[in-house]
Write a protein that binds this ligand. Structure first.
Ligand code: B12
Ligand code: SF4
Ligand code: SF4
Length: 308
C-alpha cells in the first residue's frame, strides 16, 4: 500500500503498451493532414511539441500509465466595494496539494508493486487521447475527457515505465453515450468553438477557445463577447451545465477570500512582496517566483470578469 504522506486524493488509472505509440501518433497526424487542427500559433506551440514516442532517456520503457486525479472545481471570493464576488477557478489551474512525487509513489507502490522498476513523468504526450484509448475515459462533444463518477473534474498525467503489464487496455476512440442526444456544451460555448453534431468535424476550433487567450499574458481579442468571461482563468461554460458533470460539479474547493484591499491592489497593478506572498498562498495558482508572469493574467481576467 502506498505509504507517502499525501493520501488526500482519489485516482484511477489504466495502462497501454508502448507498442501502440505509432497508432496514437497516427490518430493525431491524421487530423493534422485533414486540416482539422486550428493553426492558432499558441495552440500549435502546445501540441506540436508533443509526440508519441519512447523517450530517448528511457529506451527500455514498455508501458504508459495514465492517471486521472479527481480535482474539485475551485471557488474564491473577491471582495470589492463592500460586495463579494464568487469566482470560479477550474480544476486544472490551482494546486490541489498533489505532487509528481505522490504519483510516482502510487505507481511504484500501488500499481507496479514489484521492486526495481522506474516510472518517469512525461508531458510529451496527448493525455486525453491516451485516457480514451486506454478506456480510462471517454470524449465529450466539447473534446474534454470524462471519467465515470468524476465527469470532467479531473487532471490527467502520463508516466512511462519499464514494467510490462499483462493486460493491455487498448480501446476504440469513444464518445460518451450522453452526448448522443445532447448539445448543451455547444449551446453554452460563448464563442462557437464546439462543432455541431451535423458538422463533419468533432475537433473543437481551439483558436476560438477562450482558454487559449486568457491562460497567458496578452490582449484578449475583441471578437470574444464581453460577457463570455466566466472564470479567473480558463473557461467553465462547456463543463458547468454538462449532464455528465451534474453531481460532481457540486463538490467544490473553497479557497481563502481575497480581501478588499488585495482586490484593489490586483486591479490597480500595485504589486508588492506582501501581496505576492498572500496571493500565492490563497490562490494556489503560482509560486512567488512566478508572480510576474501570472499576476498580469489575473489582473486582466479579473477586470474583465468584474466588468461583465
Ligand atoms: C493544447 C491544450 C489545450 C488547448 C486546446 C484544447 C484541445 N481541445 O485540444 C487549449 C488552450 C484551448 C486548452 C483548453 C482547455 N484545456 Co487543455 N490542454 C491542452 C494539452 C496541452 C494538449 C491537448 C491536445 O493534445 N490537443 C490536441 C487535440 C487534437 O487532441 P484531442 O482534443 O484529444 O483530440 C481528439 C478528439 O478530437 C478526438 N476525435 C477526433 N475525431 C473524433 C470523433 C469522435 C466521434 C470522437 C468521439 C473523438 C474524436 O480524437 C482526437 C485525437 O485523435 C493538454 C495536456 C496534454 N499533455 O495532453 C491539456 C488538457 C487537455 N487540457 C485540459 C483542460 C482541463 C482544459 C480546459 C477545460 C481548461 C479550462 N477550464 O479552461 C480547456 C478545455 C477546452 C476544450 N473544450 O477542449 C486537461 C483536460 C482534462 C480533461 N478532463 O479532459 C488537460 C489534459 C491537462 C491536464 N493535464 O489535465 N487546452
Ligand atoms: S454537455 Fe452534453 S454533449 Fe456536451 S459533453 Fe456534456 S453530455 Fe456531451
Ligand atoms: S472552454 Fe469555453 S470557449 Fe473553450 S470550448 Fe469550452 S465553452 Fe467554448
Amino acid at each position: 500500500m502506498y505509504s507517502g504522506k499525501n493520501l488526500d486524493f482519489k485516482y484511477k488509472y489504466r495502462t497501454i503498451s508502448v507498442e501502440h505509440l505509432e497508432e496514437l501518433q497516427e490518430d493525431i497526424d491524421k487530423l493534422r493532414r485533414e486540416g482539422k487542427l486550428s493553426d492558432n500559433e499558441v495552440y500549435r506551440s502546445y501540441i506540436d511539441s508533443k509526440k508519441f514516442e519512447v523517450p530517448e532517456n528511457f529506451p527500455n520503457a514498455k508501458s504508459i500509465i495514465i492517471l486521472a486525479i479527481f480535482t474539485k472545481l475551485g471557488l474564491i471570493n473577491f471582495h470589492l466595494d463592500s460586495k463579494k464576488y464568487e469566482v470560479l477557478i477550474p480544476p486544472n489551474y490551482y494546486d490541489d496539494g498533489t505532487t509528481y512525487e505522490d504519483f510516482e509513489n502510487i505507481i511504484l507502490e500501488d500499481i507496479i508493486k514489484e521492486p526495481g522498476y522506474r516510472a518517469e513523468f512525461t508531458n510529451k504526450l496527448h493525455v486525453k487521447l491516451l485516457a480514451v484509448r486506454s478506456g480510462l475515459g471517454k470524449y465529450g462533444r466539447n473534446n474534454i475527457c470524462y471519467v465515470d463518477e468524476w465527469g470532467s473534474m479531473i487532471n490527467l498525467f502520463a508516466y512511462f515505465t519499464d514494467f510490462q503489464f499483462e493486460e493491455d487496455h487498448w480501446t476504440e476512440i469513444n464518445m460518451m453515450d450522453q452526448c448522443e442526444s445532447c448539445n448543451i456544451c455547444i449551446k453554452n460555448c460563448p464563442t462557437g468553438a464546439i462543432p455541431t453534431p451535423s458538422d463533419e468535424d468533432f475537433v473543437i476550433n481551439a483558436g476560438k477557445c477562450i482558454s487559449v487567450y486568457n491562460e497567458i499574458q496578452g490582449i484578449i481579442p475583441d471578437w470574444i463577447p464581453s460577457d463570455a468571461h466566466n472564470a479567473l482563468i480558463g473557461c467553465m461554460r462547456c463543463q458547468k451545465q454538462c449532464v455528465a458533470n451534474r453531481k460532481v460539479i457540486e463538490f467544490t474547493k473553497n479557497l481563502e477570500d481575497i480581501i478588499e484591499e488585495e482586490t484593489k491592489m490586483i486591479l490597480e497593478g500595485q504589486i508588492n512582496e506582501k501581496l505576492v506572498k498572500s496571493l500565492s498562498k490563497k490562490l494556489k495558482m503560482f509560486s512567488p517566483s512566478d508572480a510576474n508572469r501570472v499576476l498580469p493574467v489575473i489582473k486582466r481576467n479579473l477586470s474583465l470578469l468584474l466588468s461583465s
